[in-house]
Design a protein around this ligand. Structure first.
Ligand code: ZN
Length: 176
């Protein structure tokens, strides 16, 4: 069982994936957090049709947002080095880090922009910092909604469905 802080960080994590997916026009999914660990709920297979750099960012967004939420600042590059990504990929095959790493390998292989996975990764993280910053209030609003529902739920699940997810994001946009 996870404690409340862990669930809240998990909510930021899932919210960041969901906000990214929303802006990429991926509809028809829902997002949830639960008492159990490791709920990257919708592995959007659709994303494999996306450009690999974008797909890498989608996968990295969850962990990145959870770090920002925990530390109240963006991680510096030496806090999230390539070795961190590789360790995550080895720990959890077909998890976020694993998909991100595979996508970055494709970026290097298929393009002529980056000479190494390390370079592509550094670029992805810079882009991600900007996107997470730009969408932070939306990520946070969705994370709070997930967390609140988890608190209220008797099954230990906090869930937001697709339509409502869009509404939460659009409400925040309206407030800006
Ligand atoms: Zn994730």
């Amino acid at each position: 069982m996870r404690n409340e802080d862990e669930v809240l960080l998990s909510a930021y994590h899932e919210a960041a994936h969901a906000v990214f997916a929303h802006y990429d026009g991926t509809d028809g999914y829902n997002v949830y957090v639960s008492d159990e660990r490791g709920n990257c709920v919708y592995r959007a297979d659709l994303y494999e049709r996306y450009l690999p750099m974008r797909y890498a960012q989608f996968n990295l967004a969850g962990a990145y947002a959870a770090i920002v939420a925990a530390d109240l600042e963006h991680p510096t590059p030496d806090e999230v080095p390539l070795s961190w990504l590789i360790a995550g990929a080895e720990r959890t095959p077909e998890g976020d880090a694993w998909y991100a790493l595979e996508a970055l390998k494709r970026v290097v292989k298929e393009g002529d922009v980056f000479d190494s996975v390390g370079e592509a990764y550094a670029f992805a993280m810079i882009k991600l910092a900007g996107l997470v910053e730009k969408r932070w209030y939306e990520i946070e609003a969705l994370a709070f909604a997930l967390h609140d529902r988890w608190v209220e739920s008797e099954e230990g699940i906090g869930r937001v469905d697709g339509d409502e997810l869009s509404q939460i994001i659009e409400r925040i946009q309206g407030e800006k």
